[in-house]
Design a binder for this molecule. Structure first.
Ligand code: 3DU
Length: 214
């Protein structure tokens, strides 16, 4: 996955034509595309294969099942051309390990979620989820841009693993805060795909990221 603008586009649109439109506008300004259930259900799983010809695709199905089912899901996602998948960690180390094995390490594990409800159940166990991700051999974790101080805490647990960080823009987090706190990439959806000008929205975020790395 390239590490240039450090933006991962969360492509939560619900038609293939919207997906194509947004990707064409921002493809030079994002490093990867994250695909979640809204687009997979609307456009069909083949959208993963199509987009993977343009950019690295992260399949964010928040996989959360027993090890065998997790393995089957990850194998299907990778066969469609995904470069990485996102799974939950609360299912335990055997379930996460099944994802890691099936994706040859290309797994990001959700820790503390970025929305207000993320404080309720995920925040109290986020440190353990991050440690689990590390022990399982995952590539990285998902940590909240809405609480940059937590990105810094979780960084201390995982060392040099990658942090991808949702919550910028529509959820109130700032790109610069997340990057300064130690995120490798920000994940941005609505602030780009709902913008009347997705290209300039992505360019502005990329400039903010660049500034915060100085
Ligand atoms: O709020 P946005 O529109 O920028 O989208 C954020 C994306 O990141 C969206 O796909 C959501 O499912 C995902 N995500 C979170 O927002 C928060 C998390 O803790 C994990 C994933």
């Amino acid at each position: 996955m390239q590490k240039s603008s450090r933006i991962i586009l969360a492509l939560d649109v619900t038609s293939r034509s919207d997906a194509r439109r947004v990707v064409e506008a921002v493809r030079d300004h994002v490093d990867a595309i994250k695909v979640n259930w809204p687009l997979i259900l609307a456009a069909g799983p083949e959208i993963v294969r199509e987009l993977s010809k343009v950019k690295d695709v992260i399949c964010d199905m928040k996989i959360a099942d027993i090890p065998n089912t997790n393995r089957l899901i990850v194998e299907q996602a990778m066969a469609l051309g995904a470069s990485a998948v996102i799974c939950h960690g609360f299912t335990g180390d055997d379930s996460v390990k099944a994802c890691v094995d099936a994706a040859k390490g290309q797994v990001f594990v959700v820790t503390e979620m970025s929305h207000p409800g993320g404080r309720q159940f995920t925040a109290p166990v986020a440190d353990r989820l991050a440690a689990l991700a590390k022990a399982a051999g995952a590539r990285g974790i998902v940590a909240p841009a809405t609480r940059p101080e937590r990105i810094a805490d979780l960084r201390r647990i995982i060392g040099d693993m990658e942090i991808i960080s949702p919550g910028v823009g529509a959820q109130g987090g700032r790109a610069s805060d997340a990057i300064r706190a130690g995120a490798d990439y920000i994940i941005v959806g609505r602030a780009i795909y709902e913008s009347p000008d997705p290209k300039s929205a992505a360019e502005k975020l990329a400039a903010e990221v660049k500034d915060s790395l100085r």
